[in-house]
Design a protein. Sequence first.
Length: 317
Amino acid sequence: MLREFLARVETQRDSEPDILIIPKANHGNMIAKMLRERTRLMQACVSSPEDVPRLLAEGEDMFAAGSEGETPFHFAAREQPSALAHLLRACKEPARIPMREVCDLAVKFDIESVRILLQSGLLPKDMVSRIMFKSMASSMRQVSDSHLLEMIQAGPDPNAIDEEGSPLLFRVILHRSSAPNYPVLRAFVALPGLNLNAKTRDGSTALHLAYMGGGTEKAEILMQAGADPRIRDPQGRLPYSWGMNIPRPIQCVDPEPYKDEPILPCLVCMERNRYTVHLPCGHMILCRVCVDANKKSTQTCVLCKTVIRENIEVEFE
């Protein structure tokens, strides 16, 4: 209803300004004032993006702001990605673009506007990082792997931190990838200068977070890129303790980093210490006695029911 009403206002504002009757005077006056204050370029960014190049050639100011402080860039990012592309190509003073607000509008309203911003080459690293934060935090839609890979290719600040003190890497780890091999995480950890051992305000690392999800694939990717599995959280816990497992590849099952780990009781008898790591699931939950009993019975992990192919001993001091 409101959209139809605004369309009527748009079409009649120039040709028949006195004929349109608006029932609620206050609302009507506000809308009419807003429309009168729009420049021709602003209007083109909403309804006729193909006119933007011509209006720019005629001298329309792309930085002119209305009473609400919005420029043609705001209108284009919200309404017409193609108009935004015209503005960015013609811009000679990118420092004057209200880039923070334009990026936020693009993330909120149109992913195509986000792609145009990324491809423009005008975004500084902090703005690319902001777009990634906003895109992955948005509750309106699930951002795709392909869009995130475009953002990574545009060159974000890999060590950017959000308002809550969480590194961008943490958002990437939490992203629900549609692909089984986590291409977004693999591409992100390859960014130069990334601090894989950065901590949040609570003292945990990205490796702690990766294990907390219950799987080992993301933890493997982080350690292969150089994440340190020996860094403890403020409670003294090593990363694998957050998920009660350790990495599955045999080359990563190195007892040395875990020798001074706080001793945990067997999950079955609750009396003796845990002793072996089951492969391929990676769970370390049983003592020697219970491991031997398990071999004679189900030969599956007590926790996840995965068939045990091999047991790796981990000695604790």
